[in-house]
Ligand binder design. Structure first.
Ligand SMILES: NC(=O)c1ccc[n+]([C@@H]2O[C@H](COP(=O)([O-])OP(=O)(O)OC[C@H]3O[C@@H](n4cnc5c(N)ncnc54)[C@H](OP(=O)(O)O)[C@@H]3O)[C@@H](O)[C@H]2O)c1
Length: 285
């Protein structure tokens, strides 16, 4: 029999008496939930709180259908509380979860822009970890950056890593100040890539392709290039050079994209705008 990995070991700390309580089972919460079940978390060690009680979207989620509640369970201390409600709903949502939080409870938030200090005040204790996942988490291929409040224990960090691994890879930073920059790169980044697919398809039409074909070519090019980048582990500059013959077609396009006023300054400006907005949102703007 295969030996359980570190994620399964960390998840084993969650029991029916000290369960994982998930607040919000929307897009991101639902994706995490599916990942946890796949990673071997027992449905009995889970309590899902979502007043809208979303219909299970898969056979996997149907396993926890009976464990979805409209309000936080009473009379227990959670092993972990995962906060996956919209940031603007946190203020009215979290007070009701305070009784679930004991000194050792991992409080793991994925809410964008809500600081460790604010989370700590809202839940009134626990071992608080703030994280920023991104949307490929929905298929287990996201990347999440996490930061822990001072004093968070090793066991809680390991549990946070195990829970976030359900969404893809996990990176830890020590400085919470980096999270706004993380948001500008990986948090908002998938939208930049989707826009690239859209504009590549439009450019295909402009150079004479039928719209449907241009769209299929653009989508497959973006996903294929991403898969190649992931599969080879080569750095993107090497992959770009490998596909660029001197004086060839790709070189002609890259001369435009890599010009002084090309893609690099544009993406730099976009990331700076995202970071600035993340800072404003964190301040309540
Ligand atoms: N989606 C992403 O790519 C992404 C990326 C990074 C971070 N995040 C963060 O992930 C969090 C969730 O985003 P999402 O896209 O998954 O949003 P979502 O699909 O709207 O999910 C939020 C869920 O929480 C439920 N909810 C509302 N009030 C609640 C309460 N008092 N108790 C329990 N559940 C409650 C909502 O129900 P109703 O629909 O009835 O309100 C909804 O089902 C956000 O904080 C967001 O910042 C998301």
């Amino acid at each position: 029999m295969e030996k359980p990995g570190p994620a399964a070991d960390a998840l084993a700390a969650l029991t029916p008496e000290r369960p994982l309580v998930l607040a919000g089972a929307g897009k991101m919460g639902g994706a995490l939930l599916a990942g946890w079940l796949k990673a071997g978390l027992r449905a009995a060690a889970l309590r899902v709180v979502d007043p809208a009680a979303p219909a299970p979207t898969s056979a996997l989620l149907a396993r926890v259908a009976g464990r979805v509640e409209a309000a936080p369970p009473e009379g227990l201390t959670a092993g972990a509380l995962v906060i996956a409600v919209k940031p603007q709903a946190l203020g009215e949502t979290l007070p009701a979860f305070r009784p679930l939080v004991g000194p050792d409870t991992l409080v793991l938030s994925i809410a964008a822009g809500i600081t460790l200090a604010t989370l700590g005040n809202m839940v009134g204790g626990g071992q608080v970890v703030r994280s920023m996942p991104n949307t490929p988490a929905q298929i287990g291929q996201g990347i999440t950056v996490a930061v822990a409040a001072p004093g968070v224990g090793d066991a809680q960090r390991a549990l946070a890593t195990a829970l976030l691994s359900a969404a893809g890879s996990v990176e830890w930073v020590a400085d919470e100040g980096l999270i706004d920059a993380v948001t500008a790169v990986s948090g908002s980044g998938p939208a930049y890539v989707f826009l690239l697919a859209e504009t590549l398809a439009e450019a295909g039409v402009a150079v004479g392709l039928p719209a449907e074909l241009a769209r299929r070519l653009a989508d497959a090019t973006i996903s294929g290039a991403g898969a190649l980048l992931a599969a080879t582990g080569d750095d993107p500059a090497t992959l770009r050079k490998n596909v660029t013959s001197p004086n060839g077609t790709t070189a002609a396009a890259l001369d435009v994209l890599m010009a002084k006023d090309g893609l690099a300054p544009l993406i730099r400006r976009a990331a700076a705008a995202a970071k600035k907005r993340a800072e404003e949102l964190a301040k309540g703007g």
